[in-house]
Design a protein around this ligand. Structure first.
Ligand SMILES: Cc1cc2nc3c(=O)[nH]c(=O)nc-3n(C[C@H](O)[C@H](O)[C@H](O)COP(=O)(O)OP(=O)(O)OC[C@H]3O[C@@H](n4cnc5c(N)ncnc54)[C@H](O)[C@@H]3O)c2cc1C
Length: 461
């Protein structure tokens, strides 16, 4: 049993006078982000009764605006692909600015090993998440918006119990056979179960906001996500509808820790450190709050128990560089819904179903993590900006960037070859790469940071 203060119930606590009224569902989902809405929709489609709690009210701002091609078939199965296309900007490629060549190096999704679909979308998450939550309700899920889950009990024989505070502040009591935690970075269960671990291999922070009037790329490149390295990390530029550009800098925490001025001023001075980003924003106006967010690389040691499962960021989050967050959230939700369905039908085999799901997802995370940990190293920067397609290794990289990790495409052997080439590059320039490695270790072990945001006139969200 767990209480609000995240600890076990102390022995000897007096029993409650009267049992509270319990409302019953097959599955309770905590969280109304992409992971929560997808898992709830899928389970309702399979015939289970589902209640979904979201503490906020949609539309609400969320970061994570660049989607991957491989997410599109999942959106289609949820029945929202046309709606997402309507709110999105079409993204044909990811591109990295090469200061060596003075131009972008593009990775067009049409050149992936399996180029289907050859594009994705950039979306405002306020619109995207609302669409998915409304869709969840349309599929029969009992959506409780503005309801915060405060405590859960997982140790009753055939059920989970939870307490949720309704919008008027009243505590309400619920019972379900299974619980899905989709609370994102709040990591509701991992925090209470003390299974959340800081990623010892990675550590970063981000500062971001929306601009109006930024210079957009031309033609088919207009919807590309543009990535630029700079001395403290890297920038993203993500074009959204209505002439809005999402701009963010993902930095080592020491850099954000050096801030002595208001967060929006710091953001603008950070942008001034990257001439290409600054040039594209020369005529643009900051139209949103600027948000700074602290160390976010973590993982729970396990994602499931007999009657619960964590999906999306509630289980793990590494880094945004490959725009994988929403894809992992939805892939985890789809596979997770199958595992929960199987667990409810065959309780005796619940653990086997959930274990198989965990193995698959952890493997995907591991593949991405190897690239993420090295993205700012000299060897990786060289290979990304000078891609070679020997044995279709470059096309496998495009497949990785498209999120093609959980299908049948044979990318793993080619990515292993890429790793060999990477280490050969490291060996070819040992001093510079050793220095980079040591600096990286210092950065990873660096200071902890807390999230913060500042208000700036206007808000495009
Ligand atoms: C700087 C940065 C940039 C990123 N960029 C990208 C990107 O370009 N593309 C991409 O795909 N991903 C990106 N991500 C990752 C992406 O934001 C997440 O991976 C994604 O939102 C995970 O979805 P989720 O449904 O698991 O969690 P969330 O989207 O966080 O949803 C969790 C929901 O649970 C609700 N909740 C929490 N606690 C409770 C409670 N107790 N009771 C009720 N409700 C609760 C929250 O209000 C929230 O709505 C980025 C992340 C960061 C930090």
């Amino acid at each position: 049993m767990f209480t609000e203060d995240h600890g076990p119930v102390p022995a000897g606590r007096p029993a409650q006078a009267a049992a509270p009224h319990l409302t019953n569902f097959d599955v309770a989902v905590i969280g109304g982000g992409p992971a929560g809405s997808a898992v709830a929709t899928r389970l309702a489609d399979k015939g289970w009764t589902v209640v979904q709690f979201e503490k906020d009210r949609h539309p609400r701002f969320h970061i994570g605006e660049s989607l991957l091609p491989r997410t599109l078939p999942l959106l289609e199965q949820l029945g929202v692909l046309d709606d997402v296309a309507r709110i999105g900007v079409t993204k044909h490629a990811a591109e990295f600015w090469s200061s060596e060549h003075g131009r972008f190096v593009e990775f067009p999704f049409a050149e992936a090993l399996d180029p289907n679909p050859p594009y994705a979308f950039q979306v405002r998450r306020s619109e995207f998440d609302e669409l998915l939550l409304r869709n969840s309700a349309a599929h029969g899920v009992a959506v409780k918006e503005g309801w915060r889950v405060e405590s859960v009990e997982l140790d009753a024989p055939d059920s989970c119990r939870l307490v949720a505070r309704d919008p008027s502040g009243q505590a309400t009591h619920w019972q379900s056979r299974f619980l899905v935690d989709a609370t994102g970075r709040d990591t509701f269960l991992a925090t209470r179960l003390a299974t959340k671990t800081r990623n010892k291999q990675h550590n970063s922070a981000a500062i971001f906001g929306h601009f109006r009037g930024a210079q957009r790329r031309e033609g088919r490149a207009e919807g590309n996500i543009s990535i630029y390295w700079f001395e403290h990390g890297w920038f993203w530029m993500i074009p959204l509808r209505d002439d809005i550009m999402s701009v963010g800098a993902v930095c080592w925490p020491y850099y954000l820790k050096s801030r002595r001025v208001p967060v929006d001023e710091f953001f603008l001075s950070t942008i001034a450190l990257q001439p290409q980003v600054q040039a594209r924003l020369a005529k643009a106006e900051l139209v949103s709050d600027v948000t700074a967010t602290g160390n976010y690389s973590y993982q729970s040691t396990g994602m499931y128990g007999r009657n619960y499962l964590m999906v999306g960021d509630a289980f793990a989050f590494i880094d945004p560089v490959f725009s994988t967050g929403v894809h992992f959230a939805l892939s985890g939700a789809f596979a997770g819904a199958d595992a929960v369905d199987a667990a409810l039908r065959e309780p005796a085999r619940a653990t086997a179903h959930l274990a198989a799901h965990q193995r698959r997802l952890k493997r995907g995370l591991k593949t991405f993590s190897w690239f993420i940990y090295r993205i700012t190293t000299p060897a990786m920067r060289h290979l990304v900006t000078n891609p070679r397609n020997m044995f279709r290794i470059r096309d496998a990289m495009v497949s990785l960037l498209a999120g093609d990790l959980f299908g049948k495409t044979s990318i793993h052997a080619r990515l292993s070859l890429f790793r060999v080439i990477y280490y050969l590059h490291v060996l070819a320039a040992p001093r510079v790469n050793l220095a980079a490695y040591r600096q990286r270790r210092r950065n990873v072990d660096g200071p902890e940071l807390r999230a913060e945001s500042a208000t700036h006139a206007g808000d495009s969200r």
